[in-house]
Design a protein around this ligand. Structure first.
Ligand code: PLP
Length: 461
């Protein structure tokens, strides 16, 4: 097994860091359906997005160019924590007694603890280049707020983070780190926006949701001079920035003469999955290779595996453009599971389109206890304490490796280890104490969410 002498960690030098992002849209036979402007209910053009996002980012949102240069300043920042290591999971393979070869790409070694910094630094850069003087965003579990706070502090741009109120209360350490980088944390719903005030009027004790926090951050951005909003997932620009994950992985695997048979990523809004698979998906779309792609989501929030492919808002306040995507409905409130980063009603339009057209092969929804079993085994064998979100990918990788054992097949598996679990100890405590609930919504509950899907004259009746 060791004959090829593959190291535990396959590293790249700074000079080998990819200098371009790969845009998988360039190789997709069909594009996703156009975004819809929420005021006109007509297909949106990039100029419609200018009041919300920096112009260069709006251009990327609509771009189908194959390669986009990573600005030198962004490359320089990347070099502080990239290229990230690709690990061979020798110890996990051994304990599973599997002939499968398991590789994982680890994105959790920067302070934000996740892949989100890859897009945060790019978004902050383009805002700075345009002379934007203030940015707003939302955060649920806290990873995105941390990443963007790091990026904005680097460029000295003031940042308002609308943090889902329940998270701000339950995750004081996350709030503290965001504030350490100089950002302003506002528990959402708040009385700083019309959307927030309306919600608080109806329910003063509302603990908030990601959808509401997005509405507040967008309203604040569009109603404040020289201010823009930044979003950490779902968007095409975010997938583009995250393509660095897949591009590096491919180079690293080439160094040891490997190509994955199976590629696995967890999916909340789809950005790490989209970024990890992009380069390999390009190979599939152009007939060069045929890897099997698996998206893993929580059973409590199964957007791809049980959602509808429909136009929907990206937020509960309905201020964002509409996207055609797999969605549970913007009115769907997922139960409070521990993988906060995966509690989102929708899914990236690119990932959705790839799944709908059969290029993304499978979506799998897993229960919490199963993923924490996997997380614990992984921590004990591979030494890294994984984020609960990432543990979804680990669990699926272990399940695939077990199948390989049964079938006697030595498949090569690559999965994305998106983050570390240093801020998720409450979840691990809960699991240890045996208090973790396995929950999946009933069909009836899902129907309630679907009933909130918007009607768009002539497009979606
Ligand atoms: C946010 C987050 C995710 C999910 O977001 P995607 O956009 O689907 O990638 C997964 N893992 C970690 C550690 C996260 O912070």
């Amino acid at each position: 097994m060791m004959s090829k002498n593959i190291p535990n960690r396959i590293l790249l030098t700074e000079n080998e860091l990819p200098k371009q992002w790969y845009n998988v849209r360039a190789d997709m036979p069909e594009q996703h359906d156009p975004f819809i402007n929420p005021t006109t209910m007509k297909p949106a053009v990039k100029e419609d997005f200018y009041p919300i996002f920096a112009e260069e980012l709006c251009k990327q949102e609509f771009s189908t160019e194959r390669y986009i240069d990573i600005p030198e300043e962004v490359q320089a920042y990347y070099k502080m924590y990239r290229p990230s290591p690709l690990h061979r999971a020798y110890n996990l393979e051994k304990i599973l007694d599997t002939p499968a070869k398991i590789y994982y790409k680890y994105e959790g070694s920067n302070t934000s603890g996740s892949h989100k910094l890859n897009s945060a630094i790019a978004q902050a850069y383009y805002n700075k280049e345009q002379g934007i003087t203030h940015i707003t965003t939302e955060t649920g579990a806290g990873q995105w707020g941390t990443a963007l706070a790091m990026a904005c502090s680097f460029y000295n741009i003031p940042l308002d983070v609308y943090m889902v109120k329940i998270s701000a209360e339950q995750k004081p350490y996350r709030k503290a780190v965001i504030e350490t980088y100089g950002a302003n944390v506002i528990p959402s719903p708040s009385n700083t926006t019309n959307v927030g005030r309306a919600i608080l009027e109806k329910d003063p004790n509302c603990t908030g949701s990601l959808g509401t926090a997005i509405s507040e951050a967008v309203e604040k951005a569009t109603s404040t001079p020289n201010t823009r909003y930044a979003l950490g997932s779902v968007l095409n620009q975010v997938l583009l920035h995250q393509s660095i994950i897949g591009a590096e992985s491919k180079l690293q695997l080439e160094k040891v003469d490997e190509y994955p048979d199976i590629i696995i990523g967890c999916a909340g809004g789809g950005s790490n999955l989209g970024g990890l698979i992009s380069d390999f998906m390009g190979d599939k779309l152009t007939g060069k290779a045929n890897p099997y792609f698996i998206a893993v989501e929580p059973a409590a929030c199964p957007s791809l595996s049980r959602g509808k492919y429909a136009y929907d808002f990206c937020d509960t306040g309905h201020v964002t453009p509409l996207a055609k995507m797999y969605t549970l409905g913007s009115g769907f409130i997922p139960s409070s599971i521990h993988a906060g980063g995966l509690r989102y009603h929708g899914m990236s339009p690119i990932v959705s389109k790839l799944y709908h057209d059969g290029y993304l092969d499978e979506a799998r929804a897993l229960f919490q206890n199963h993923i924490f079993d996997a997380a614990t085994l992984f921590a004990k064998t591979e030494s890294i304490l994984p984020a609960p979100e990432s543990a979804h990918a680990i669990a699926a990788a272990i399940d695939e490796a077990k199948k390989c054992k049964e079938a006697g097949e030595a498949k090569t598996i690559l999965f994305g280890l998106t983050g570390n679990g240093a801020y998720d100890l409450a979840a691990y405590m809960n699991y240890k104490a045996g208090n973790m609930q396995d929950y999946a919504p009933t069909d009836e509950e899902l129907e309630k969410g679907f009933a909130t899907l918007p009607k768009i004259p002539g497009i979606q009746e």
